[in-house]
Design a protein around this ligand. Structure first.
Ligand code: CA
Length: 223
């Protein structure tokens, strides 16, 4: 598995990269946002928020425009983490410096398991449909009556959870656990932001029914 470590401080980056290599990861280390964006896409990015040339959030945003590479944000103790911005960008998790190598590897494995959910599973069905709405897990494409909808990674993941079990109520806790990991659990409001944007793109609020006090359910509007 290839990791991209984006960290300007040698005193952190060098032992971290060495430790990860000893654990069997392939590691490329860069020290700036510009280099991070120029690097070949890895399997996962460890992204320091304070970089000399640009903000870590901006690096994440630009990576997200290009694809769905998993990102773990790295922040210094006491540094304010903007969880809402992190969620909007689609960061998968974050760790606070100083962190242990064991803890980090556990987070990396958890993120990779989550990201892998339903995507590469051989026996998981690839396509889900509800009326005119069709989604393909393999290509991550969603169409409504044949027209492609442009969903963000989070909107796609929320819709996937709803469509994989039509009629079932998906709780907010399930969404947070599956899509963001428990680390982000304090920010349940962020779910509402993604759900309302998803409803807008689907062309009607009735596609995603709110089950008061619990969560959400896929609704199929009458044709
Ligand atoms: Ca830094």
């Amino acid at each position: 598995m290839r990791l991209l470590v984006v960290e300007d401080e040698d005193s952190i980056a060098i032992p971290l990269s060495d430790g990860l290599r000893r654990e069997g990861f392939e590691v490329e280390r860069v020290a700036t946002g510009t280099e991070a964006l120029a690097a070949p896409e890895p399997d996962l990015v460890l992204l320091d928020l304070r970089l000399p040339d640009m903000d870590g959030y901006e690096v994440a945003r630009q990576m997200r425009v290009r694809g769905r590479v998993p990102i773990i944000m790295v922040t210094a103790r006491g540094e304010e983490v903007d969880r809402v911005v992190g969620l909007e960008i689609g960061a998968d998790d974050y760790v606070v410096k100083p962190f242990g190598l064991r803890e980090l590897i556990a987070r990396i494995n958890a993120v990779m398991r989550r990201v892998g959910d339903g995507v590469g599973d051989v026996d998981a069905p690839d396509e889900f449909a509800a009326g005119p709405l069709v989604m393909s897990m393999r290509t991550r494409r969603v169409t409504m009556g044949g027209e492609e909808l442009h969903l963000t990674p989070r909107e796609f993941d929320i819709l996937a959870m709803l469509m994989q079990d039509p009629g079932a109520v998906v709780s907010r806790d399930d969404l947070l656990r599956r899509l963001w990991g428990t680390t982000w659990a304090v920010q349940t409001k962020a779910i509402d932001v993604h759900v309302s944007s998803l409803r807008r793109k689907l062309g009607g609020a009735e596609w995603v029914e709110t089950v008061r006090g619990v969560g959400f359910r896929l609704g199929v509007p009458p044709a």
